[in-house]
Design a binder for this molecule. Structure first.
Ligand code: THU
Length: 160
């Protein structure tokens, strides 16, 4: 049987088209790029999570002199939320970036490892995480669940 996978997402001309709380979250992600430690790639990534109690937490990529040891903004943030607030869920995550000396006008999308980690959080708490992707300016993409970004992702339920 032939099957098809597709998903819908929203593309907005500008961050100002978001609801106020999501605008605030995107601004927090944009600001979080300033906390990146990225002396090797000069690619500063910021992420901000809205928790189920309304609180915002941020993360930024942290590189290592031993390159593979570095961690992306999204996983720095997810690991921080899981460590500090294990009983809360993440309702929304915004992700932005600033390449040093270059424009940041189009959304970027999380890497494969971060997609797995986002999916792990969705499966762990049984709740979708809305993803907002944007540069420092310009178009914004809104994806209703991180699972859309990793079709047929590996789910830890196989261990149960
Ligand atoms: N990076 C992130 O923080 N998130 C992503 O989704 C993609 C890549 C970081 C990793 C590395 O520090 C730099 O961006 C360049 O790949």
């Amino acid at each position: 049987m032939h099957q098809k996978f597709e998903f819908e997402y929203d593309q907005l001309a500008d961050g100002s088209d978001l609801a106020i709380d999501d605008q605030e979250l995107l601004e927090a992600a944009r600001k979080a790029t300033q906390n990146a430690y990225a002396p090797y790639s000069n690619f500063l990534v910021g992420a901000a999570a809205r928790l189920s109690n309304g609180q915002i937490l941020i993360g930024a990529n942290q590189e290592s002199a031993s390159f593979p040891v570095g961690v992306c903004a999204e996983r720095a943030l997810l690991n921080s939320v899981g460590s500090q607030f294990p009983s809360l869920t993440i309702t929304t995550m915004a992700i932005s970036y600033q390449p040093v000396g270059k424009d940041s006008k189009e959304p970027i999308s999380p890497c494969g490892m971060c997609r797995q980690s986002l999916l792990d959080f969705e499966n762990r708490y049984g709740a979708p995480i809305k993803i907002i992707l944007a540069g420092i300016q310009g178009q914004v993409m809104v994806i209703s669940s991180a699972s859309n970004l990793l079709p047929f992702g590996f789910d830890g339920k196989v261990f149960k």
